[in-house]
Design a protein around this ligand. Structure first.
Ligand code: ASP
Length: 346
């Protein structure tokens, strides 16, 4: 007889488990136990579900690296007792957390599926039920007693994505997420279909799981805009203890060519600050040296973020800074795909 998969449902907070405060009209988190009473359908799924909640569920705007470590530890402590994990998380920062978890778990061989909703579970028109039920089905999908998914994914509104490829693109549509540079890994319609050829076979050699919890958030994101001043760039690059900056450039990685701009970046790099170039465009890639306006960035040793999302670049930077890599290796390691988060051949 085939084994019934065991799934751990972890509630971190977010709209999915919120109720309306009728005095103020604002949404606030509520007791997780009540979440399950709203969806008795869950009992019909072919899996055994246990659940655990953050002690104090949070709106995902309050997520930080300590919460990522708490979440990682819940998964780590339960890793060998469960076949899959479903994380309920607010949609606002879900792509950040899910990207971070993807880097924190090395040699993953079980599914970690993030989901949430745009409307609270108690709302008549809620999208929460479909998202939650299908996310659990995905996490419990097995073939020959092995999980179909062995990576960190995000499921929302009928689409399964590689988590570290996603970004939140809509504050009100049910279709809130998009994976601009990588196709969905699966789709749910009448049938649940996976694009098997795209799935990341992250632990083919059966290496032991490693959980990296030493994240370093001494970083900043700097979005370039026409008219940006020297004072602004100087102020950001002079932040005490700053170790890394994600610079959001134009198009295929282009930025001003004025000497004050290049010199400030050059000086920061020579002080040991890592600067990663990602594009402000919703899709496409940085191609350093494609235009003259990115040639100088290439020459000063900026890290090529290729087609990575800002969310994933941030998580990767925090993770790699925490690994204390030798200075001369950092750039090469960052430019490699570690969890399927970027194309390597760019
Ligand atoms: N503000 C909420 C959160 O991110 C929105 C949501 O859950 O979708 O926690």
């Amino acid at each position: 007889m085939t084994k019934i998969p065991k799934i751990l449902l972890i509630y971190t907070g977010g709209t999915i488990g919120m109720v309306k405060d009728f005095n103020t009209g604002a949404l606030k988190t509520f007791n997780f136990d009540k979440l399950l009473t709203h969806i008795p359908e869950i009992n019909l799924l072919h899996c055994n579900i246990e659940s655990v909640s953050f002690e104090e569920p949070i709106d995902s705007s309050n997520m930080n690296i300590s919460n990522w470590v708490i979440l990682a530890e819940i998964i780590e402590e339960n890793y060998y007792n469960f076949d899959g994990f479903v994380i309920l998380h607010g949609s606002d920062t879900m792509s950040y957390t899910a990207s971070a978890i993807s880097f924190m778990f090395e040699n993953l061989s079980k599914p970690i599926i993030f989901t949430g909703s745009q409307l609270p579970i108690g709302d008549l028109r809620t999208d929460a039920k479909e998202n939650l039920i299908t996310a659990i089905q995905i996490a419990s999908s097995q073939e020959q007693e092995l999980p179909v998914i062995s990576e960190v994914c995000l499921y929302f509104e009928y689409k399964l994505y590689r988590a570290n490829r996603t970004t939140k693109v809509n504050a009100e549509h049910f279709q809130a997420f998009y994976s601009p540079n990588f196709p969905p890994l699966g789709e749910s319609g009448v049938y649940l279909k996976f694009s098997k050829e795209l799935l990341f076979k992250s632990n083919v050699d059966d290496k032991p799981l490693k959980v990296r919890k030493n994240l370093d958030n001494n970083i900043a994101i700097l979005k370039i805009f026409p008219g940006i001043t020297e004072v602004v760039i100087h102020a950001i690059l002079s932040i005490e203890n700053l170790k890394g900056v994600i610079i959001e450039t134009y198009g295929s990685g282009n930025a001003p060519t004025q000497s004050w701009f290049i010199n400030l970046l050059k000086k920061a790099i020579s002080k040991g600050i890592y600067i990663v170039n990602v594009t402000q465009c919703i899709s496409g890639s940085v191609i350093l040296g494609h235009y003259e306006t990115s040639e100088h960035l290439k020459n000063i040793g900026i890290i090529n973020g290729k087609d990575i999302t800002t969310e994933s670049a941030l998580a990767k930077l925090m993770y790699l800074l925490g690994e204390n890599l030798p200075k001369n290796e950092f750039k090469a390691v960052f430019e490699k795909s570690l969890r399927g988060e970027m194309r390597e051949d760019l």
